[in-house]
Design a protein around this ligand. Structure first.
Ligand code: HEC
Length: 158
């Protein structure tokens, strides 16, 4: 017999499949449930200190512009200029860098999800996503999160 927990996990899986769209399924797909990041988040298994976080910074032009600069320095080589996961350093990685322009539209793409992912990276999931928790300040991580949430279309002064 399946335990209730297994059944619950299976139904979560179906929900995630529905949310991410079937074209995104595949062992080498970055926005994939097989990485385990989505199910871990949805199951509430992320470290407690991240669970309730919300972005404390306003989405001001300054914060977004700073986030853009940081993104270009630290993230673009893998995740690409448009956030589509096609950065020059990402081509050979398995799994490949996630399509963040897509991720940010998912219901799970909360402030807590971004802060946890960017701080702790892909070690728990055997991926090349670096952990930036030591390297970037909390403020910098939140600025990058604001930038991602502009959909990579930010034009200062526009
Ligand atoms: C060396 C390449 C590399 C760099 C640099 C990098 N990432 Fe990643 N990132 C990955 C890979 C590979 C994945 C997919 C595997 C995973 O989720 O751990 C990923 C996944 C993610 C995810 C999860 C998205 C999802 O849908 O699951 C987020 C959010 C993210 N990266 C943000 C960032 C940000 C912000 C930066 C810069 C501060 C950054 N990454 C820098 C390789 C990279």
């Amino acid at each position: 017999m399946f335990s209730l927990r297994t059944l619950y996990k299976a139904s979560l899986l179906v929900l995630v499949l529905a949310a991410t769209g079937c074209s995104h399924i595949g062992i080498n797909e970055s926005n994939s449930i097989f990485i385990g990041r989505y199910t871990e988040y949805m199951w509430g298994d992320i470290p407690e200190q991240y669970a309730e976080l919300t972005n404390p910074l306003s989405a001001s032009l300054v914060n977004i512009a700073d986030g853009e600069k940081l993104y270009q320095l630290q993230c673009m080589m893998c995740h690409g200029k448009a956030g589509d996961g096609n950065g020059p350093a990402g081509g050979k990685l398995i799994p490949g860098p996630a399509n963040l322009a897509f991720t940010r539209r998912l219901p799970i793409a909360t402030d807590a999800f971004f802060f946890w992912t960017i701080s702790e990276g892909g070690k728990p999931f055997d991926s090349a996503m670096p952990a930036f928790g030591e390297q970037l300040s909390d403020k910098e991580i939140w600025q990058i999160t604001h930038y991602i949430n502009t959909g990579f279309n930010f034009k200062e002064g526009a």
